[in-house]
Write a protein that binds this ligand. Structure first.
Ligand SMILES: [Zn+2]
Ligand SMILES: [Zn+2]
Length: 491
């Protein structure tokens, strides 16, 4: 799959050097071993390195949760190195972007030697790309490039700000500084004569340009400086404010693996007040028929009676939105449940207009609480549908229906921009894990990060409500089941 390395070359590299992957090939190019292969001169080595780079940019970025895993492991290790004061992941990981290109780590230390040696000698390093007093770069065996910056302690705040970005945010902020006769760099805030004024704390950078501290998730150059100036920065929702999870799967249908007991225990450990058990409906393989759903709901309610403490399990469903826009189970049955998520799982290649109409029909059915994973995207493998989100939001606002922020790390759907539109439209979101395993209930933080990037506050998020208020919200939103949901064919 790599240009410039045909099957013969690949076979030779494999036999002579024992190289089996891209990282090994890159290492062999860089340390000269590749020259042992016949007809492999410096020019071909260079073109192979170029091809590796192109291959990487094509295969793209790493999902945030994986990058965060690497970041946390690396900073934990660097913090133990003698002479290191701080080790903090910066860049797009700190801004919580859904995918990450390179991982940036900032270290403040007495001297750069010890942290940088520890960094390049980490066991997961495949290739050292550069090593220097202020910047070192490595590629991990996973393919992730990691850059380490080492700065003096008094520059921590300025460096944090500088390396967190985004580029657009930094340019806007530096322009503001110039207008005030200041210069902001990774080393600090300086006056016209080059005297350093401040920079030990990140707040210093913002204060120098007359602004309050702006959370990293908002630093995308999309109006955050103006909002800060006008005192309109949102008080972003925090994970601790979430009271429950409104979409998890049990072993009652298809692909879930948890018993009710396991879900309840996982919710208990995380301090959840409620967990909505929403298994698949009959159109999915092994999905619930009316009969099995009613049995399942009765089991959930009996479970609650037997477990008066801990989270309440809500008897719910993730009902399929069928190709004609109707729901996969009778409306009366759905209306008898505690929670209804409606999602599209079939005919994903319908036109955007049709997909919008299908979801709008579900919104107007009178029995749906939340539209699940509204855009259908799977990061790295499926683009979002070309659907009409503003139109769906308009319907959701009219009907009192929420949209989901699905916290599965490869979905994150709605995305940050969708969250911001939902807020503007006056539609609440439900941040849900869509857990299929008990461990997945902890994934809610990835959804919270999306919501924060979407400028959402606690009041914009449905599951910050306690159970009593959630039920009240539901009663207000719900009308009687409507027997003839508007057909998509009408659009
Ligand atoms: Zn689903
Ligand atoms: Zn689901």
């Amino acid at each position: 799959r790599l240009e410039g390395a045909g099957p013969k070359t690949v076979a030779a590299v494999w036999h002579k050097l024992g190289v089996t992957d891209i990282e090994g090939l890159e290492q062999a190019c860089r340390d000269g071993r590749l020259r042992q292969i016949p007809r492999m001169g410096p020019t071909r080595c260079k073109s192979i390195l170029k091809a590796i780079e192109r291959f990487r940019s094509r295969t793209g970025r790493m999902l945030l949760h994986r990058a965060v895993g690497y970041a946390e492991a690396i900073v934990a290790r660097l913090r133990k190195v003698p002479g290191v004061y701080e080790a903090i992941p910066v860049g797009s990981v700190r801004r919580r972007r859904a995918t990450v290109g390179d991982l940036d780590i900032l270290v403040t230390a007495r001297s750069s030697t010890a942290p940088r040696r520890a960094f390049v000698e980490m066991p997961e390093v495949a290739v050292v790309l550069a090593e220097g007093p202020t910047k070192s770069s490595v590629r991990l065996t996973s393919g992730l490039q990691v850059d380490l910056r080492v700065l003096p302690r008094e520059s921590l705040g300025a460096a944090l700000h500088y390396f967190t970005g985004s580029k657009a945010h930094n340019i806007a902020l530096r322009t503001r500084a110039v207008h005030r006769g200041l210069k902001v760099s990774e080393y600090g805030v300086f006056d016209r004569e080059g005297h350093r004024l401040s920079g030990a704390r990140e707040e210093d950078v913002f204060r120098a340009v007359g602004l309050p501290w702006i959370p990293p998730e908002l630093r995308e150059g999309t109006g955050e400086l103006e909002a800060a100036e006008e005192g309109r920065l949102p008080k972003l929702v925090e994970e601790a404010e979430l009271r429950g999870d409104l979409h998890v799967h049990s072993d009652a249908s298809s692909d879930g693996h948890c018993t009710l007991e396991e879900l309840w225990l996982a919710g208990l450990r995380l301090g959840r007040e409620y967990v909505a058990v929403c298994d698949h409906s009959r159109s999915r393989p092994l999905g619930l028929t009316t009969e099995r759903l009613l049995e399942h709901a009765a089991r959930i309610r009996a479970f609650n009676r037997a477990h008066p403490e801990g989270p309440r399990l809500l008897a719910g469903i993730e009902v399929d939105i069928l190709p004609d826009g109707s729901l996969d189970l009778p409306l009366e049955v759905l209306a008898s449940l505690d929670w209804v998520v409606a999602s599209i799982h079939s005919r994903l290649r319908d036109s955007g207009a049709r997909l919008t109409a299908r979801m709008e029909s579900a919104v107007r059915s009178g029995v749906v609480d939340v539209i699940g994973h509204p855009s259908g995207r799977i990061l790295g493998s499926r683009d979002p549908y070309p659907f009409d989100l503003p139109r769906l939001l308009e319907a959701a606002r009219e009907e009192g229906v929420a949209l989901e922020v699905n916290a599965q790390p490869d979905r994150l759907d709605l995305d940050d921009k969708g969250c911001r539109l939902a807020k503007q439209a006056g539609v609440r979101v439900a941040i849900s894990t869509d857990a299929h395993l008990a461990d997945h209930l902890a994934n809610i933080r990835y959804g919270v990060w999306v919501a924060r990037r979407g400028w959402l506050e606690a009041s914009d998020v449905l599951n910050t409500l306690d159970l009593a208020h959630l039920r009240a919200w539901r009663r207000r939103g719900h009308r009687a089941p409507r027997h003839e949901p508007r057909s998509p064919a009408a659009h």
